[in-house]
Each structure stands twice: as structure tokens, then as C-alpha cells.
Design a protein around this ligand. Structure first.
Ligand code: ARG
Length: 474
């Protein structure tokens, strides 16, 4: 079978070169988008009088047939046809004859492939926002169920101050809200049309780029034809947003793994999200959380990989740029897997409230509050810090916690102590004393939950609207 570009060649392509340079094994994932772009392109060629309308109709009909073949898994992709664009074009010509060869008028694979990537990624970005919303919902449901559950808050992984478990969970809701914002924002730069840039310099045909943009639901077209075919910033931006998101999931995974250990015993992940050991019958391992933590590495790798591919590339298209696909597709798959599993894993997570309570009771995380008590009595904070430090040391030496001490024992360290310290030291009092915007006191956490729910409602509306836009076809 001769190549679509075979005219100026006198020799067959070396078999190994053919295999090495082909991208069909992975870019076949862009098949739907390739047809979507071609449908708009050929519609425009008709509208601008570049192709007769009867040819346009034949080509569109042929493209629909190819699409049906793709969906049924009947299209046989060949390495000889190099990539998705030429596999589709060749099949079209086989189906409808030489008129199919008019489709590529005023277009190059360079602006075609870029268009496919934009079309593909804008759908994925909206889907990821939707998946993040589901995860936020699962976290909020757990937060509501744990609005009165106390847990030690940590710094340096040492118990610091008691907090509400709901507050801890809502921290992740905030992190995922930033991920949602980043993805929504990146949509603006993804949703720009490169088609019409030709190979690099534009085209001699009187095409209408803005009309194609309108047909496909793009917000605009690239300003500069060289930039249009050379730009992969939008993929880098996606990979960077994905990396940050995976970093968040990885931090949460680490806490789940830690909290499910016998040493912590704070939570138990559902059997459906854990696996066993082939040798140790007692084992129940948090594999999903571990794998998400582990797969964060490849997502970072794909970002650095593409940044490195593009570093020092001269304008405009270079074959190096074909390397933009596998990493992106891998990141998409990895994120889909992680997000699809995380929401139900969080939703079904069991919280061991008693164990958390025990951890809160048996520590010194109320020490800051008793120092604040002395400050409120007029002692400079530094002196209060010193007094409580000594009090804690006394407790440690005598195997006691602050609430075990008698008032006489407190009075050895400062005459400012009085009976009221026993109220101040209660973990609930410690938590509720932090009644500042964004703090852990129950009313503040409830308010935070309400704000998050409002944001989720906005996100749901956005997803609905943009999902439809992203799938706009001719
Ligand atoms: N398969 C190519 C890619 O993914 C399509 C563009 C080819 N352009 C070219 N001038 N060889 O980058």
C-alpha cells in the first residue's frame, strides 16, 4: 500500500523505521476527536466554497461510516499508515473513493494533531473536575458524621493540639477545591483552536478559522500559526495540575496507611478496598492507598518528560512532539483510576472514634491552652510557656497527664492557677476555644462545610455545562 505522502520517495520505508516512527499504537485513542475535527473542517471547506457541497456531503457521510467502524472496533489500524490521522484518511478514501482525498485540503497533520489533543483534553479536564467533586462529597459526608469526633492534630508527626476529625477531612476538601480551580482555569487555554495554522504558516485557501472554532465550541483561535502548531503548554499545564492533585491524593493515602496501622488504629478501610497476603493470613493491606501514593511518581515523571521533550525545540513542529501523547494518556488513566477508587474508599472508611478519643485524652495536646490561661491572667506568654514546660516535665516524670494533677500540684508551678483550669483542659474546650474563621471549633467547621457545599453545587453546574460544550460535534 503506498503512503499518503509517498510521491517524492523512490524507496520503501525501512521496516524498523516504520515501526519506530509510527504512533498509531497509542494515538488511536484520539480517533473520535480526529473525526470530530475533520467533520468541522470539511463543513467549513464547503461553507467557504473551497469544496463543492456534494463532495462535502460524501466526505461527511464517509467519516460517519469510519466513526461507526471505530466504535464497533472494526477499523483495522496499520503501522504502515503511521498514525490515527492517516489511518482514518486512508480508510475514508477506501470507502468513498478519491473524493476522500479532498478532506485534507487547507490542513496539515500538524494543526490536525494539535486540534485532536485540544479536543481530547478538554473532555478529560471536565471529567476530572466531576470526579473531584464526587471525592469532595465523600469527604464532606464523613466530616458531617464526625463533627464531634476528636483526634490529635499533629505537627512533626507529634501530637500538637486536638482537633475535630471533620476539620482534618475538610482540609482535603480545600486542597481538592484548588485542584478543581486549576483544572477549570486550564480549560480556557485548552479551549483554543489551532486548526487553520496549516503546517506552520497558514494556508493559501480562503478558510474560516473562526467558523470551525464556533462549530466545535472553541472560545477562540490561536493568534499565531507557528505557535498554534508548536504549543504544548496546555498539556504541560494539565500534567502539572495532575501532579499537584496526585501529590494531594498521595498525602491522604499516606495518612490512611498510617492511620490504619495497628499502632494508630484510627480507621479501617473497607475490605473491598484492601487485599490480603499470600503468606500471612492475618494481613489486610491498604493497597489502593499505597498504589495511589506509588503512582504519583509516574505522574510527576510524565510532567518532567514532556517539559524535557519541549526544552530547546525550535519552532515549529518537530517529530519530537509526537512524544507528547503517551505520557498524557498515561496520566489520564492514572488519575481516572485513583479518583474513581478514592471517593468510595473514603465513603466506606470506618472511623474508630474511641481509639481517637483515647489518643486525645492520653497526651499533652492541651498544654497550649493552659499556657493561654496564664496569659489571660497577665503572665507574659514566654513565662507561661516556661511554667507549662516544667509542669509537663513533672507529669512525664510522675506518669501523669495534665488533667490528673491536683490543684496543689499545679500551684507548685504558678500561683495563677485556679479551679477553672480543669474546664480549660477538657479536650472539647480546647477544640471549641479555637473559634476563629478557618479554625477547628465546631461552629467554624460547620460553617466551612456549608461553604464547601455551596462550592460543590457551583462545580456541579459547571461540570454539566462544560461537559456538553466539550462534546460539541458538528
Ligand atoms: N503522528 C504525528 C504526531 O503525533 C502527527 C503529526 C505529524 N506531522 C508531521 N509533520 N510528520 O505528532
Amino acid at each position: 500500500m503506498s503512503k499518503l505522502w509517498g510521491g517524492r520517495f523512490t524507496k520503501k520505508t525501512d521496516q524498523l523505521v516504520e515501526e519506530y516512527t509510527a504512533s498509531i499504537t497509542f494515538d488511536k485513542e484520539l480517533a473520535e476527536e480526529d473525526i470530530q475535527g475533520s467533520m468541522a473542517h470539511v463543513t467549513m471547506l464547503g461553507k467557504c466554497g473551497i469544496l463543492p457541497l456534494e463532495d462535502v456531503a460524501k466526505i461527511k457521510d464517509g467519516l460517519q461510516q469510519v466513526l461507526a467502524m471505530i466504535r464497533k472496533g472494526e477499523l483495522e489500524y496499520t503501522i504502515a499508515n503511521e498514525d490515527i490521522h492517516m489511518n482514518i484518511e486512508k480508510t475514508l478514501i477506501d470507502l468513498i473513493g478519491p473524493v476522500g482525498g479532498k478532506l485534507h485540503t487547507g490542513r496539515s497533520r500538524n494543526d490536525q494533531v494539535a486540534t485532536d489533543m485540544h479536543l481530547y483534553l478538554r473532555k478529560r479536564v471536565v471529567e476530572f473536575v466531576g470526579l473531584l467533586q464526587k471525592l469532595q462529597e465523600a469527604l464532606i459526608a464523613q466530616a458531617k458524621a464526625n463533627i464531634d469526633t476528636l483526634v490529635p492534630g499533629y505537627t512533626h508527626l507529634q501530637r500538637a493540639q486536638p482537633i475535630l476529625l471533620a476539620h482534618h477531612l475538610m482540609a482535603y476538601v480545600s486542597m481538592f477545591e484548588r485542584d478543581i480551580d486549576r483544572l477549570k482555569d486550564s480549560y480556557k487555554r485548552i479551549n483554543v483552536l489551532p486548526l487553520g495554522a496549516g503546517a506552520l504558516a497558514g494556508t493559501t485557501f480562503p478558510i474560516d478559522r473562526h467558523y470551525v472554532a464556533e462549530l466545535l465550541g472553541f472560545d477562540g483561535v490561536y493568534e499565531n500559526s507557528l505557535d498554534a502548531v508548536s504549543d504544548r503548554d496546555f498539556i504541560i499545564e494539565f500534567l502539572a495540575s495532575a501532579s499537584t492533585l496526585m501529590m494531594h491524593l498521595s498525602r491522604m493515602s499516606e495518612e490512611m496507611v498510617l492511620w490504619m496501622s495497628t499502632e494508630f488504629g484510627f480507621i479501617e478501610l473497607d475490605d473491598a478496598f484492601c487485599t490480603g497476603s499470600s503468606i500471612m493470613p492475618q494481613k489486610k493491606n491498604p493497597d489502593v492507598a499505597e498504589l495511589v501514593r506509588g503512582k504519583t511518581g509516574r505522574v510527576y515523571g510524565n510532567l518532567v518528560g514532556l517539559l524535557t521533550v519541549l526544552k530547546s525545540l525550535p519552532l515549529a513542529y518537530n517529530k519530537d512532539m509526537q512524544e507528547d501523547k503517551e505520557g498524557m494518556l498515561d496520566t489520564v488513566r492514572t488519575l481516572q483510576g485513583a479518583l474513581q477508587l478514592f471517593a468510595p474508599m473514603v465513603a466506606t472508611m470506618k472511623v474508630n472514634k474511641d481509639r481517637m478519643r483515647q489518643a486525645v485524652n492520653q497526651d499533652f495536646s492541651n498544654a497550649t491552652d493552659i499556657a493561654d490561661f496564664l496569659v489571660n491572667k497577665g503572665l507574659p506568654f514566654r513565662e507561661a510557656h516556661e511554667v507549662i514546660g516544667k509542669t509537663v516535665l513533672y507529669c512525664i516524670q510522675n506518669g501523669k497527664f495534665l488533667l490528673d494533677l491536683k490543684l496543689e500540684e499545679f500551684l507548685q508551678f504558678s500561683e495563677l492557677f485556679d479551679e477553672r483550669i480543669y474546664d480549660v483542659l477538657q479536650p472539647e474546650a480546647v477544640v471549641n476555644a479555637r473559634n476563629v474563621y478557618g479554625g477547628t471549633a465546631a461552629p467554624q467547621v460547620s460553617a466551612a462545610i456549608s461553604r464547601a457545599e455551596a462550592a460543590i453545587a457551583d462545580t456541579a453546574t459547571w461540570v454539566e455545562e462544560y461537559l456538553e460544550r466539550a462534546h460539541k460535534t458538528v
